[in-house]
Design a binder for this molecule. Structure first.
Ligand SMILES: Cc1ncc(COP(=O)(O)O)c(C=O)c1O
Length: 423
């Protein structure tokens, strides 16, 4: 069991085989040069120190080679996205042919729905989890409208029960039992951005497929945080971003998974672009669209190499640490945070994230009774970078690559102080 002291937190850091990875990141500091307690990797991950080298390599090759860099650069630009595939596929538990880095998350979600949401007159509804991230909801609603369907009729929300915060799988089963023959697509966030609840992806996929629905996941809060084992779930598609737990920089590119059974499926609608075309004939420019097999076939444009360089830097750091080691540390780090919050024995705070480590990633969402954003402002003034969600939730996400047990302990002390001064 854990202990509630700074010495104990330091002891856990001393025993942590991944502790040195913290030094591979730039940690934000205050105006006095003191490190802030950064617990916001669920929003924007920190910058690996090697990122600037990887970007500098591209800038150097561009200045040196001009257009020839497409083939002559140290990491040639033409196949650059391929350098990301192997590690990225391991991070999401997929085969390399099922994964591609391209575009941004919401764009990829639309592209996937073009292919995997093909409503008929009778089977046209889409299920999302309630409190899905707004962009996901806008994307889904606009797809419904695009097909002439009123979202009031076509959008079904899988909601927590009255007085509860988390969604129960049996309630999704009930929705499917009652309306499965009208539902065309289940589009669920693998890990909910607000509550931090991670859903049973395989069970959801099997349930959806049993009712002849397509199933897709948004892994914005899952990629680099939990192991979604995408291939094994059997999901039809998934999308994610790389700027949160994958530390690839603000607005960086997204990832996309298409299950291998769709690799050569010509019956799917597809919005096409030249980067999805057969590599051998792409530059002949005359051929009819000939889709690459697998996820690569959904690419549209030649990608921004500078942004991809940042992703490559981050993935190399991930690969060095090893995802299984990271997940093990993550469970312990978040478990320690949970323990310290429980130790406060303060009735005004309530962790709404599931207690079971298998049903969450690193984030804990802490609901604070009778609090407003002022609480978050006070925490920020005390040197904590966390995240506030209206009406009353602080989200904190200790990221195993760069957060320490000491960070977690110091955060709990600061939260204790701030709560004391609020009451
Ligand atoms: C769950 C979820 N979906 C969608 C998005 C939107 O991503 P993007 O702006 O890259 O399209 C985010 C962004 O934070 C998110 O957390």
């Amino acid at each position: 069991m854990f202990q509630n002291t700074l010495e104990y937190a330091k002891k856990l850091d001393a025993e942590d085989s991944l502790a040195s990875f913290r030094n591979k990141f730039h940690l934000p500091k205050n105006e006095n040069g003191e490190e802030l307690i950064y617990l916001c990797g669920n929003s924007l991950g920190l910058q690996p120190k090697i990122t600037s080298e990887y970007i500098a390599e591209v800038l150097k090759d561009w200045s040196h080679f001009g257009v020839e860099g497409h083939t002559e650069a140290k990491h040639a630009w033409l196949p650059y996205h391929e350098f990301l595939t192997s590690t990225m596929s391991k991070i999401v538990g997929a085969k390399p042919s099922e994964v591609v880095v391209m575009n941004t998350l919401t764009t990829n979600l639309h592209l996937m729905m073009v292919s995997f949401y093909q409503p008929t007159k009778t089977k046209y509804k889409i299920v999302v989890e309630s409190d899905a991230f707004p962009s996901d909801k806008y994307a889904v609603e606009s797809q419904l409208k695009f097909h002439g369907i009123d979202p009031k009729d076509g959008l079904i929300q899988w909601k927590p029960r009255k007085g509860e915060e988390l969604c129960r799988f049996e309630d999704l089963e009930e929705i499917m039992k009652n309306q499965g023959n009208e539902i065309a697509l289940l589009m669920i966030g693998s890990t909910n951005y607000y509550t931090g609840q991670s859903f049973p992806l395989k069970k959801i996929t099997e349930l959806g497929h049993k009712h002849n629905c397509r199933v897709g996941f948004d892994l914005a809060h899952g990629a680099g945080n939990i192991q979604p084992n995408l291939h094994e779930t059997g999901a039809d598609f998934a999308v994610w971003c790389t700027y949160k737990y994958l530390n690839s920089g603000p607005g960086s590119l997204g990832g996309c998974f298409v299950h291998e059974r769709h690799a050569n499926n010509e019956n799917l609608n597809r919005f096409a672009g030249w980067w999805g075309h057969n590599k051998k004939t792409r530059f002949n420019m005359r051929h009819e669209f000939d889709a690459l097999p697998g996820a690569e076939g959904w690419q549209l444009s030649n990608p921004p190499i500078l942004s991809m360089a940042a992703i490559r830097a981050s993935l190399d750091t991930f690969a060095e640490a090893g995802f299984e080691n990271l997940r093990k540390k993550s469970e312990k780090l978040t478990g320690f945070l949970e323990f310290l919050l429980d130790e406060m024995k303060n009735d005004s705070i309530n962790v709404i994230t599931p207690r079971n480590p298998e049903e969450r990633g690193c984030q804990l969402s802490i609901q604070v009774k009778n609090a407003d954003k002022n609480l978050h402002t006070k925490l920020t003034e005390a040197g904590v970078i966390s995240d506030w969600r209206e009406p009353d939730v602080i989200r904190v996400a200790p990221a195993p690559l760069y957060n320490s047990f000491e960070d977690v302990f110091r955060f709990s002390e600061k939260l204790k102080d701030v709560l004391k001064n609020l009451t």
